[in-house]
Each structure stands twice: as structure tokens, then as C-alpha cells.
Design a protein around this ligand. Structure first.
Ligand SMILES: Nc1ccn([C@@H]2O[C@H](COP(=O)(O)OP(=O)(O)OP(=O)(O)O)[C@@H](O)[C@H]2O)c(=O)n1
Ligand SMILES: C[C@](O)(CO)[C@H](O)COP(=O)(O)O
Length: 227
């Protein structure tokens, strides 16, 4: 299975002066934990790291240190996640029929989740890992007044990996460009094109390291795993 890792962000919400994926948790950069999980997932056999050239020296050093045995390609990142994934899709080998996309920032993913998504994409044209929402969610208007409370039974928090038929995802990205759609995940492009996306049960611990608080939580989870 081909795996694209969007890793070209700047980490504005982390408040760091460099790509947050280079910050360390339990003595390894965030991106290293993501790569180690991909390396350990038996169904992943090719990794594309979508990233900014300024980070390439650091990223290449990390890949070398980890002694990854799977082929790793460096792909030019864009100015949004959507643009980065678009670039990643163009850089896939011509024989890639299916792809998993996994945020570099979701460094606590287990190899099992990579494998279960890779397995499931044989059955569906599009899928995402997601977990049921635990809080009661409110729709709120611009004045801070609640408009409605959606039925929680139907609410899931989207994670990555997100897996797709490559040809269809390329078509949906191209349509997104034509229509000017701006989305925060690839499933949303499938949805807008009217193509079914299946949920695969994700992991509560598969959080996206976004803020300094998330760094502390990631540190705690990795410690509890014995790292
Ligand atoms: N232009 C971008 C922006 C984001 N990403 C990647 O998409 C994932 C999810 O994005 P997010 O957590 O929002 O990362 P940042 O964009 O770095 O964070 P922020 O929004 O706080 O600036 C991350 O692995 C990030 O590196 C990317 O590849 N290209
Ligand atoms: C793709 C994603 O990880 C799903 O939760 C997420 O959308 C990434 O971007 P965000 O804008 O930081 O939520």
C-alpha cells in the first residue's frame, strides 16, 4: 500500500518557530514516531513525505537515523494541506491504484490502524478512520447563540488514515480546484463529488498534535506505551 504523509505545515497553533513535526516528544521528533508506525505496518510498502524543501535536510537526517527499510520519497508541499495532498497524488508511482493519506502530526497511530485501513480499502473506494464524538455538540451562530444540537449518534470525529482509489481521488481534487472548494480533509472532496466514504473505527489515542497541550498528552501516551 502506498502511504502519503502530509508534513508541510508550519504549526501556527503550536506557536513554534519551525515545523511542529520536527519538535521532539520522548526524545524523537513527532514525524519520527509517525514514520516508525508506518515502518512497522506490514501492509505499507512505500512512503511519500510531502514537505517544504527548507525541512528536507532535517527530514532526510531523521529518515536515515531511523534506518527505514521501505522506500521513502520526498514530495514538494503546498501552501494548504489540500494543495500538499494534491502534489502528493501527482507524485505517486503510475501503478498506484489505492493510497492511504496520514497526517504527519498524528504520530500516535498504531501499525494496526494502518493495516486495518489498508485492508479495508480493498472493499471501499473511500474510507476514513474516525471515532464517535463523546461531547454534546452545539451549532452556534455568529452572536454566540446556540442554533441546534445535532444528534450525537450521527457525529464522528474525522482522523487519518484516509484511504482512496487513486484515480477517483485525483478526479475529486481536480474538481475541487475547478470549483474552488476548500476542505480540511480528502474525504470532504469525495463527499462533495457524491462518492461514498466509509468509516473505519479509529483510535482515541490517534490525536493530531496541534497545540502545546497535545504535545504533553502525546508524551504521556508514549510513556505509557513504554517508550
Ligand atoms: N500546507 C500544509 C499544511 C498542513 N500540512 C500537514 O497536514 C497535517 C495536518 O495539519 P495541521 O495539524 O493543521 O498542521 P499545520 O498546518 O502545521 O498546523 P496549523 O494549522 O496550526 O498551522 C500536518 O501533518 C501538516 O504538516 C501539509 O502537509 N501542508
Ligand atoms: C485531516 C484531519 O486530520 C482530520 O481531522 C484534519 O482535518 C486536518 O486539519 P485540521 O484543519 O487541523 O483539522
Amino acid at each position: 500500500m502506498y502511504l502519503l504523509i502530509p508534513a508541510a505545515g508550519i504549526g501556527k497553533r503550536m506557536g513554534s518557530n519551525r515545523n511542529k513535526l520536527l519538535l521532539k516528544v520522548r526524545s524523537q521528533p513527532i514525524i519520527a514516531w509517525t514514520l516508525l508506525a508506518a515502518q512497522a505496518a506490514s501492509k505499507i510498502n512505500w512512503i511519500g513525505i510531502i514537505s517544504q524543501p527548507t525541512d528536507w535536510p532535517d527530514l532526510k537526517a531523521i529518515v536515515t537515523d531511523l534506518k527505514l527499510t521501505k522506500p521513502v520519497e520526498f514530495i514538494l508541499g503546498g501552501s494548504t494541506r489540500q494543495e500538499s495532498v494534491y502534489n502528493g497524488l501527482q507524485a505517486l508511482p503510475a501503478n498506484a491504484e489505492q493510497v492511504l493519506i496520514h497526517d504527519g502530526a498524528r504520530c500516535l497511530i498504531t501499525p494496526d490502524l494502518f493495516n486495518s485501513c489498508a485492508q479495508a480499502i480493498g472493499e471501499y473506494r473511500g474510507l476514513i478512520a474516525a471515532v464517535p464524538v463523546k461531547d454534546t455538540i452545539k451549532i452556534v451562530n455568529g452572536q454566540g447563540i446556540i442554533e441546534s444540537t445535532p444528534d450525537r449518534q450521527k457525529l464522528w470525529a474525522a482522523q487519518t488514515p484516509q484511504g482512496f482509489d487513486v484515480k477517483l481521488l485525483k478526479q475529486c481534487h481536480a474538481e475541487g480546484l475547478r470549483q474552488g472548494w476548500q476542505v480540511t480533509d480528502d474525504a470532504a472532496l469525495f463527499e462533495k463529488c457524491g462518492i461514498e466514504v466509509r468509516i473505519v473505527e479509529g483510535e482515541e489515542t490517534n490525536l493530531k498534535v496541534t497545540t502545546p497541550q497535545d504535545l504533553a498528552i502525546a508524551e504521556f501516551i508514549l510513556t505509557s506505551r513504554g517508550f
